[in-house]
Design a protein around this ligand. Structure first.
Ligand code: SF4
Length: 236
């Protein structure tokens, strides 16, 4: 599997915010979000080919009981999902961070993770029509897979995290949740709305209206603590 980075830090978002964790960032993604904050795993994927045993050895050396497997899109790769299952068998708490558009696994989803952290991608994530590589159409065709999201939500513990930049994003997220409620039990206390942005000023501007809006919708506002704690830097 291709690993862009592997490091120890604090989980900055969602239910486990503040938990010391080892982050395993796989490289490669089936989407091309306009505002992607890890373009080195999507638009220009880089990384080092590692065996599963090498990844496990590096995780063990960092001494954390929580492991966050992120990307890119980790669920694109069967060797990544096999490694997640192996880590759970070794006693690690495994979170998989995914956009919820694909699931490449030869084992049931419930065996792969203790927590699926699903970040569905809204229409505003789609890159412009003239983006090279046909990525406007490819992204738009792939970004919404309610069947995959519902399958992951039904597999065990989950959280949903929507990145919100505008009132239109909020309306789309709320409509998407209503549609998911027809397919799977939805616990709204596990739905987080996060401001889009990578600098404190942008995050604060969006947070000013998004925080009360989250409460109004019965959802949770999620500050992006890691950007405050560490800034927008790799390996943090
Ligand atoms: S799904 Fe994640 S890694 Fe892939 S392009 Fe979107 S933000 Fe980037």
């Amino acid at each position: 599997m291709k690993i862009a980075e592997l490091y120890r830090s604090l989980q900055g978002e969602g239910l486990l915010a503040g938990t010391p964790s080892t982050f395993v960032r796989t490289s490669g993604c089936n989407l091309r979000c306009r505002w992607c904050d890890t373009p080195f795993t999507s638009w220009e994927p880089v990384g080092e080919e590692c065996s599963s045993s090498e990844v496990v050895r590096r995780i063990e050396s960092l001494g954390c009981s929580h492991v966050v497997v992120t990307g890119g899109e980790p669920l694109l790769f069967a060797d990544v999902t096999r490694t997640c299952r192996h880590l759970r068998a070794l006693g690690y708490h495994v979170t998989i961070e995914t956009a919820g558009t694909v699931l490449n696994s030869d084992a049931p989803a419930g065996e792969l993770a203790d927590l699926f952290s699903i970040s569905p991608k809204l229409a505003s994530s789609t890159p412009p029509a003239d983006t090279p590589g046909g990525w406007h159409g490819r992204h738009e065709a792939a970004r919404r897979r309610d069947d995959v999201v519902a399958r992951l939500m039904g597999a065990g513990d989950y959280q949903l995290k929507f990145v919100i930049d505008s009132e239109a994003d909020l309306a789309e997220a709320c409509s998407w949740l209503t549609s998911l409620e027809d397919q799977v039990h939805l616990d709204r206390s596990r739905v987080f709305l996060m401001p889009q942005g990578i600098d404190e000023a942008t995050l604060a501007t969006t947070a000013a209206w998004l925080e009360p809006a989250s409460t109004r919708e019965g959802l949770r506002f999620a500050p992006r603590h890691h950007l405050t704690w560490f800034g927008h830097t790799r390996g943090s």
